[in-house]
Design a protein around this ligand. Structure first.
Ligand SMILES: NC(=O)C1=CN([C@@H]2O[C@H](COP(=O)(O)OP(=O)(O)OC[C@H]3O[C@@H](n4cnc5c(N)ncnc54)[C@H](OP(=O)(O)O)[C@@H]3O)[C@@H](O)[C@H]2O)C=CC1
Ligand SMILES: [Cu+2]
Length: 426
């Protein structure tokens, strides 16, 4: 066993170009990819395999030995073998005693086993120091260079020193280790690769739901009602007018939902009189996907801006403007200039511009490369103070636009269409 400080020194110092020997059990896709990458980074690699023969696929600078022989050559052993074959390790328990065992395995289903693979390994070889790592990088990403995929490697383990050694290897391979704590975190780490955009699911489904709701609401109000009661065909509203009504509303609701859980959490903390208790599960998950909620909201706000910018070139708008001018001319009348309208219109546009500007600023500061360059206090300042200001500006923008008229007309129109439908049913 040689996990003494001199070894750790050798691993961390960049001046020694020959780093220590690492053993990899299993010459499958992942074992080979990892071995290849390690050799490139200056490590000596020994493979432990069932057949001690070199195939052309195995990196040529690596030795291939039996499991027992290979294990004796290194203090760190990476187990690149699926969990269901782990029991072949039991006879090797004596050789593996005191060594750092790195579990890289993944499962096929979420929570496939009650115990995480890494904990199972630790239980099989009680004398070894098990560290979970590398399961979130693919063999493909390792071979094609780290820039192509996520560089983050989640690491967890009960032995601090062992974890440190593994994190240094991760760094030497050009990846970014993220310490996730003790081996208890392994279950969660093993579930990561099986999840599909876990943080995006809720924001995306929510925005789709809201979009559908407001679409039918606006359809009833602006297309079906005029068609039924005034026999006017405004179906072309579906292309721009209705989307441009949906986008700001959904953006505003989502943005409000970014800040609502923080308020709820504060209320819960005040009510409970302590901040040292867990939040309800739903609130916890909601808090965790706030960034994604905010980014989806920003996308909707962006669409709203685009839809608004093209208003002057729309045929319908130009036609309405022209016919307004014509009817004034024909009736020999001039509409007076109303100062209040000037103020209302300009202030609602100004609020919208400022709100959108701050919204974009919020989005930019949530990018990892930007948020890494500011400290926690600065980040908090931008994300909370600026966030609330954005929310206020955007809400004011919407209200000045004519929330009152909008709601009155809408509810009246929607209700009458619904009543008509019900009457038809009978
Ligand atoms: N492929 C990938 O992109 C990733 C894989 N992983 C994990 O890495 C591990 C290996 O995956 P991968 O390389 O793709 O799988 P492979 O099927 O390609 O290789 C598995 C290797 O395990 C060894 N093995 C198989 N059966 C036994 C057994 N009964 N006893 C002893 N050794 C056995 C074999 O090596 P040998 O013939 O040399 O004995 C075999 O090559 C898995 O746990 C997987 O979840 C994690 C992240 C990404
Ligand atoms: Cu607007």
């Amino acid at each position: 066993m040689n996990t003494n400080p001199s070894n750790i020194m050798a691993l961390t110092s960049n001046t020694s170009n020959k780093k220590e020997t690492v053993c990899i059990f299993g010459t499958g896709d992942f074992g080979r990819a990892l071995g290849y990458r390690m050799i490139q980074s200056g490590y000596s690699v020994v493979f432990g395999s069932r057949q001690a023969q070199t195939s052309s696929l195995i990196p040529k600078d690596a030795e291939v030995l039996s499991h027992a022989e290979a294990a004796q050559k290194a203090a760190i052993i990476i187990i690149a073998i699926p969990r269901q074959h782990y029991n072949f390790l039991t006879p090797l328990a004596e050789i593996l005693h005191g060594k750092v065992l790195v579990d890289v395995s993944n499962n096929l289903k979420l929570n496939q086993y009650s115990q995480s693979n890494a904990e199972y390994l630790a239980q099989l070889i009680p004398g070894a120091k098990v560290v979970k790592a590398f399961n979130t990088v693919s063999a493909w990403a390792l071979q094609s260079g780290p820039l192509d995929a996520s560089r983050q490697v989640f690491v967890c383990g009960d032995d601090k020193k062992a974890k440190q050694i593994v994190m240094d290897i991760v760094r030497a391979l050009g990846l970014t280790p993220l310490d996730q704590g003790s081996l208890l975190a392994a279950q969660e780490i093993e579930n990561y690769p099986l999840q599909l955009f876990p943080m995006w699911k809720f924001p995306i489904f929510l925005s789709l739901g809201l979009t559908a709701f407001f679409f039918f609401y606006s359809l009833t109000r602006d297309v079906i009602y005029p068609y039924v009661y005034e026999n006017k065909d405004f179906s072309f509203f579906i292309a721009i007018s209705i989307p441009n009504r949906i986008c700001p509303i959904v953006a505003l609701i989502l943005l409000a939902l970014v800040y609502l859980p923080g308020v709820l959490a504060a209320i819960i903390q005040l009510y409970r009189g302590t901040k040292y208790s867990r939040f309800p599960d739903g609130l916890d998950k909601w808090m965790l996907c706030r960034k994604q909620l905010g980014l989806v909201a920003l996308a909707f706000a962006f669409l709203h801006v685009l839809y608004t910018l093209i208003i002057p070139i729309r045929y319908y708008v130009r036609w309405r403007m022209n016919s307004g001018v014509l009817s004034q001319a024909l009736n020999n009348r001039t509409d007076p200039f109303i100062n209040t309208y000037g103020w209302l219109n300009d202030s609602y546009l100004a609020l919208g511009i400022l709100g959108f500007f701050l919204f974009v600023l919020l989005g930019i500061t949530s990018l990892p490369s930007v948020s890494n360059s500011v400290n926690w206090r600065e980040f908090r300042f931008v994300q909370s103070k600026l966030g609330y200001l954005t929310l206020i500006l955007c809400t004011a923008h919407t209200l000045v636009y004519g929330g009152k008229q909008f709601l009155n007309v809408s509810s009246y129109r929607c209700l009458s269409v619904i009543l008509l439908l019900m009457a038809r049913e009978r």
